[in-house]
Design a protein around this ligand. Structure first.
Ligand SMILES: *Cc1c(COP(=O)(O)O)cnc(C)c1O
Length: 383
């Protein structure tokens, strides 16, 4: 325990505070990874993931035993072969991570980029899609707070008849994700982001088309641990592949149930309201949206440009003494922006109220809490 420190207030874009149901589920006594009770729980996870991702009934869903990056890697490992042309939309650090992974699995990578803080232009995807076997895009780019237009990109990809991989780490679970309707073939997230489960499992979804592509591989999957065939042996055939992290399955199951019980539309609305309240409270201090186009703003990672004269390092260090963690920018945006996470249990009024109270003290500013509360109630702003 850390008696001298206050309760942690995590406002980072992951990990998010653990959901109470998930915390309780973590404490359940251990059962075997081949126990029929666990297979029954796994089947519920698979069914709930179909709802979370909006998949077709034939889609394969599962957890891989690692964080979101393993979900990313599993897609390239299974669906890319040496020499394949892969188009990666890279307008931030997670897009670049995708490109790096695709290249390591032998892909010839074509990059489509966008200026920092802007979304991918679907026309650029259309212009470079000839001859590729897969397009990969990050739905919500955490590094810049940009939402990429996945439905529009998906339409282009569908016409070209190639596979579409989507990083859904900051979106699935906080807003409706329509894998079947949009035409997404592979999607993944990480348990510790929108679902507020502990880190360590990555929920994945694989379309029937992607499974067919997988079955037509010329060479074995280089990543044995996440080979779709091996995953299906365990999740569908109930034969041993590797020991799954049983207690993380318990926790993910509970967190996923809680998310679906609340409803994805309701969660999206919760994020929208809270995001509005946070911006309403901070704007008069000189904070402004880093992403200029409103439709390119990722609701779950609020990227705010800092006011002139606010010292990023000093203020965030001071917030730490109040137990509050805030994430700054990366690379070119370091010292320029804050990235406030509005995912899972971080997207609640209480932790952001704590931020407003602390900032009133630290900056000697007035009215933050009052503006925050008023905006939460949906009242029009008074100066
Ligand atoms: C956090 C994140 C990842 C990587 O997840 P890890 O759990 O850190 O491995 C991938 N993509 C996006 C968009 C993320 O925000």
């Amino acid at each position: 325990m850390r008696p001298s420190l206050p309760e942690p207030v995590l406002l980072t874009p992951g990990p998010t505070p653990i959901h109470p149901d998930a915390r309780e589920a973590l404490m359940r006594p251990m059962i075997g990874h081949m126990d029929p009770e666990l297979f029954a729980l796994n089947a519920e996870i698979q069914a709930d993931l179909r709802v979370l991702y909006g998949t077709a009934p034939e889609a394969f869903t599962a957890l891989v035993a690692g964080t979101g990056s393993l979900g990313m890697e599993a897609g390239f490992a299974n669906l890319v072969e040496s020499g394949d042309e892969v188009l990666v939309c890279a307008n931030g650090s997670f897009g670049r991570r995708m490109a790096e992974m695709a290249a390591r699995y032998g892909a010839r990578v074509r990059l489509v980029t966008a200026p920092l803080g802007e979304s991918i232009n679907p026309a650029d995807v259309a212009a470079h899609i000839d001859g590729v076997s897969m397009v990969a895009v990050v739905h919500g780019e955490t590094s810049t707070g940009v939402l990429n237009p996945v439905p529009e990109i998906a339409e282009i990809v569908r016409h070209a008849g190639v596979l579409l991989t989507v990083d859904a780490v900051t979106t699935a679970g906080m807003q409706p994700f329509r894998m079947e309707q949009w035409g997404v073939d592979y999607a993944y997230t990480g348990s510790q982001k929108c679902l507020s489960a502990p880190p360590g499992t990555a929920p994945i979804a694989v379309s029937e088309r992607a499974l067919a592509r997988f079955s037509a591989r010329r060479s074995p999957v280089p990543l044995w641990y996440c080979d779709f065939e091996g995953l299906r042996d365990y999740w569908v055939e109930h034969t041993y592949h590797h020991t799954v992290p049983v207690n993380l399955h318990f926790a993910l199951h509970a967190a996923l149930r809680a998310a679906l019980q609340e409803g994805l539309e309701a969660r999206a609305e919760r994020v929208r309201q809270l995001g509005y309240a946070v911006v309403s409270a901070l704007e008069p201090l000189g904070f402004s949206h880093y992403v200029k186009q409103p439709e390119a703003r990722l609701p779950t990672v609020l990227a705010l440009r800092l006011p002139e004269g606010l010292d990023d390092t000093i203020v965030r260090q001071a917030l730490r003494t109040h137990g509050i963690s805030v994430t700054g920018g990366l690379g070119p945006t370091a010292g320029v922006i804050w990235r406030l996470g509005l995912m899972g249990e971080a997207a609640r009024p209480a932790p952001y109220r704590a931020l407003m109270v602390a900032l009133e003290t630290l900056l000697g500013a007035h009215g933050l809490v009052r503006r925050f509360e008023a905006a939460l109630q949906g009242e029009p702003l008074s100066a």
